[in-house]
Design a protein around this ligand. Structure first.
Ligand code: ZN
Length: 296
């Protein structure tokens, strides 16, 4: 039986799956730590060689080159991740397996998965934010993941630095952008403790909710999504959700005249419906779309 292959390429590990359909239970799975391309990629290829693939999808950490006409289409480009700059990804898989290969950012993949099979099923404009080691955001508009000059980089949105927050921010490009102030490493840098060791009523979460709410307001004003799905390791702190909903409500200040935001904000800012699987389901969906001839 021919199968779809999906690769969720993250900064810490690669999740590889083969399945009969994006939402079906995987036939097989493999997790490989993201060390160097020379070490990680051959293990991924070896795994997929065991199966008769009909198409492959790669949802990758970025930045990546998504422009079909570009000579470096399918590459990871200027990533701060050591050893992975200018790595051919989609092309390598396409040449190795000679099957249609879809390629997008991990967060666009997750946004697509949540729109089709998860917490935003049936909606046409959706944002997926992941808050963990880094912060990233993907968007689907009218059922298609957003590409453009490159692709959305919501993790680096400028956000107003809270006047009582003395932490300078840890983004190597911008210092105190959203990722610099609200990623897992930022929380750890500010409080000198791992985020998981902070109690749920610690003031860290109030501040975290403040920064994430600023970003969600910016995204709401620019993209006008019907739902914002928030995932990633930091968002496992469930106490963040009510804090963020309340702050977003206050910050938007009744300007966005939407029933959803004014009366049902709990349906606007939600947890992922696919839990930790948005990424791999997204990768499988990219495979399905590549096979169907959809350019993205
Ligand atoms: Zn930044």
């Amino acid at each position: 039986m021919k199968l779809y292959g999906g690769v969720e390429a993250g900064g810490a590990k690669f999740n590889c799956v083969v399945a009969t359909a994006p939402r079906d239970r995987p036939v097989a799975e493999l997790r490989v730590p993201t060390t160097t391309p020379a070490e990680t990629l051959p293990r991924v290829i070896e795994f997929f060689r065991e199966y008769d693939l009909r198409a492959l999808g790669v949802a990758s950490f970025g930045p990546v080159d998504l422009r079909r006409e570009s000579p470096t289409y399918g590459y990871i480009t200027d990533t701060p991740k050591k050893g992975w700059q200018h790595t051919d990804f989609a092309g390598l898989f396409e040449r190795t397996f000679a099957v249609p290969t879809g390629f997008d950012t991990d967060v666009n993949g997750s946004a697509l998965a949540e729109t089709l099979y998860g917490a935003a099923e049936g909606l046409s404009s959706v944002v997926y934010l992941t808050v963990g080691t880094g912060i990233g955001g993907g968007a689907v508009i009218d059922g298609r993941p957003v590409h453009g000059l490159i692709h959305p980089e919501m993790g680096h949105l400028p956000v107003p630095h809270h006047p009582r927050d003395a932490y300078r921010g840890c983004c190597i490009f911008h210092g105190d952008c959203l990722e610099g102030l609200a990623s897992g490493p930022a929380i750890e840098g500010r409080w000198n403790r791992s985020p998981n060791s902070l109690p749920p009523d610690h003031e860290a979460w109030e501040l975290e909710a403040y920064y994430l709410s600023r970003a969600i307001c910016a995204v709401t004003y620019t993209i006008s999504p019907e739902r914002v799905v928030c995932g990633g390791g930091v968002m496992r702190q469930k106490q963040l959700f009510p804090l963020i909903r309340q702050k977003v409500s206050e910050m938007l200040h009744n300007y966005i005249r939407s029933e959803l935001i004014m009366h049902h904000i709990e349906e606007f800012i939600v947890e992922p419906g696919l839990e930790d699987h948005s990424g791999v389901v997204g990768a499988l969906e990219l495979a399905r779309r590549a096979e169907a001839g959809l350019r993205h």
